[in-house]
Design a protein around this ligand. Sequence first.
Ligand SMILES: C[S@@+](CC[C@H](N)C(=O)[O-])C[C@H]1O[C@@H](n2cnc3c(N)ncnc32)[C@H](O)[C@@H]1O
Length: 469
Amino acid sequence: MLQLPESFLEEMRELLGGEYDAWEKSYEGNEGFRGLRVNTGKLRPEEFQALSAFSLRPVPWTRNGFYLEGQEQASKHPYYAAGLYYLQEPSAMTPAACLPIEEGDRVLDLCAAPGGKATELAARLHGTGVLVANDISNSRAKALLKNLELFGAGNILVTSETPERLLDYFEGWFDKILVDAPCSGEGMFRKEPSMVKDWLEKGPDYYAGIQRTVVTAAAKLLRPGGLLLYSTCTFSRHENEETIERLMQEEGFTLLPLPLPKDRADLGFAPGLDTCAEAARLFPHRLNGEGHFVALLQKNECLPDCPDASGAGFPKRKEKADARGILKKLPEEWLDFAKDLHVAWDSRLFRLYDSRLYLLPEALAGKNIRSLRFLRTGLYLGEVKQKRFEPSQALAMALRKEDFALTADLKADDERVVRYLKGETLELEDLVSPKAKGWCLVCVDGYPLGWGKLSNGTLKNKYYPGWRW
Ligand SMILES: C[S@@+](CC[C@H](N)C(=O)[O-])C[C@H]1O[C@@H](n2cnc3c(N)ncnc32)[C@H](O)[C@@H]1O
């Protein structure tokens, strides 16, 4: 067995009692499971199964998660570059799967990087409402943004702030919040033994303090009646049940049953401890996944006289130019491009910041978030360069093949796909009419990968340099 600190093992003996030996055995010769979660914003799980040759077995507590059983290098497959899935440890699929999302919701993922849960929340919003994805670490938030854009999410605000600072803007504003809290990581020791070092240096008490601050802010960011999903990848009662009990006792929350596709006992989920039986503990000896804790709570409704704080903190935004003003500033090349774009976007939501054109989520229009540290507001459409317009990688990922007039659809096994992803120029006479000219959406098996510029059957590569293979 992996060398684990004696004080941790002692804690586990106390927690598991008669199940301890089975738990310890689950660490022998097992480094965990590989998982893949289908991006339902782009296709249904059964469509992905029919499309891909991957060896997949369903993760029973999700509708779109699979164990990846073959030896495929799934992170180096063109379907990954098309944003068709996220690679995720199976237990880590549980928190987002257990937060009910309805179209139009205002959703916050407070500790979101690198986006394992945020990408699922974005997919389930299907382009409606707004997802605010935040992480205190700026470098991690960059990875979060990349993953959300790869997934084709445009109704987003990606920030890198403390939860307290978000309160200045978003008090009582969100319908749903996910707090996948920074934790001591005990549940991940089998898969990531390097986490033991951090546990020895900091341990559960250190993280319990951070969790307390984070959930206190989350409680205030949520509207009355809104839902909060709290999760960790640790076993410590101090970080799990004690956090939930405080939310119930001090912040007016009620613990709810988890919405799971099957009976939780059949899935191998253990109940939470003490008053938290509705929460779930995931143990590696009970199911095929790592250790996690998941709890779904509802913020109690307001009493009739409680103040409506919803969004009160937003300074109103004085728009410099109205939408018509923005359209006037766009070059003719944008107009040509827009003719090929078969989408029904409300041009009143266009914003031009310096030379960059964005489509704002409606929920954020008129809201002044300028002084927040943000990495992206809405869908970045492209760059206006004097008379030219250059569409963005994010736009390519947010489109469906049928949304753009000129496309080149390559098969996944066509060697040109990898050459495209490497940034090479391609000859495409067999795929497009020799007369075709202009911006072309390059796809793999019907799913967009990025842009190219076509002329006389030759495609000049416009795949985003930072994403090239
Ligand atoms: C468990 S990880 C999140 C994983 C992520 N939800 C996913 O599924 O990919 C916890 C994250 O919380 C962030 N974090 C730590 N302290 C924070 C705080 N006070 N506010 C917001 N985020 C914080 C860390 O940078 C880290 O990325």
